[in-house]
Design a protein around this ligand. Structure first.
Ligand code: ADP
Ligand code: MG
Length: 240
């Protein structure tokens, strides 16, 4: 591989995607071009229905583009099979959703261990325990999601997303279901983890001030990136 460190972590070219069938088919992404450098954070903002979540799904290898090229963590996703996409996700991407998406009949510890067990890691529970401790939940390991507050559930989800040390962390309105203070704590944790590990972060948010904490912010409108999106100078990468 030639100089992979100089290639962007994420590179999208003329990405189109339609979803739904028949009359319900919607052309959602209409020619997205986007490069995200390694270790940077990008805040994606835009009106509801503009295609933000769909764009994240494409980057995460959860949806396949109809056309264009999608290159993430040195992997060209466009031609991969479902199995190859699943392997790609397990190795390179962590995802956090607005509604946590924890498995209800598993404890916090078991939820965090899942991606490691899928990867065949023999020390899955040991590492999951450390990751839970890193988000401040050492003493909640045996609690089930229903026994945790929203903020605690999102911490578990964050630990689950980070436990495999992914190069890319994708977060879709991670504070959307949390009160302001709890959300701010989650965001502080997320940026701290991102900077500590040099992870590339893609964050969809309604919160302009949150997008401003990212290295760059990008506005999406009707499936296209607004031409006047602002690229911020490097000092913003400090997370303030
Ligand atoms: P955002 O996250 O910016 O609110 P989405 O990416 O979720 O927007 O959705 C963009 C548009 O695509 C919306 O109009 C939504 O209704 C539509 N859409 C999303 N997923 C599907 C799907 N599976 N089938 C049909 N339409 C969809
Ligand atoms: Mg969305």
């Amino acid at each position: 591989m030639d100089h992979p460190a100089e290639q962007p972590a994420i590179s999208l070219r003329d990405v189109h995607l339609s979803l739904g069938n028949g009359a319900a088919r919607v052309h959602i992404l209409k020619g997205i071009d986007l490069d995200i450098a390694r270790g940077h954070s990008v805040g994606i903002i835009g009106p509801s229905g503009s295609g933000k979540s769909t764009l994240l799904m494409v980057m995460a290898g959860l949806e396949r583009a109809d056309s264009g090229t999608v290159r993430v963590a040195d992997t060209e996703l466009t031609g991969l099979s479902e199995d190859e996409l699943a392997r790609f996700r397990g190795q390179h991407v962590g995802i956090v959703f607005q509604s946590f998406h924890l498995i209800p009949n598993m404890t916090a510890l078991e939820n965090v261990a899942v991606p490691l067990e899928l990867a065949g890691e023999s020390r899955a529970f040991e590492r999951a325990r450390d990751e839970l401790a890193a988000v401040g939940l050492r003493d909640r390991a045996t609690h089930y999601p229903a026994q945790l507050s929203g903020g605690e559930q999102q911490r578990v989800a964050m630990a689950r997303a980070l436990v495999t040390e992914p190069e890319i962390l994708i977060a879709d309105e991670p504070t959307g279901n949390l009160d302001e203070t709890t959300g701010a704590n989650i965001i502080d944790l997320m940026f701290a983890a991102q900077q500590r590990r040099g992870t590339t972060l893609v964050l969809v948010t309604h919160d302009r001030s949150l997008a401003d904490r990212c290295t760059t912010s990008v506005r999406i409108h009707s499936g296209l990136i607004d031409a006047d999106h602002v690229a911020r100078p490097a000092h913003a990468a400090a997370g303030r």
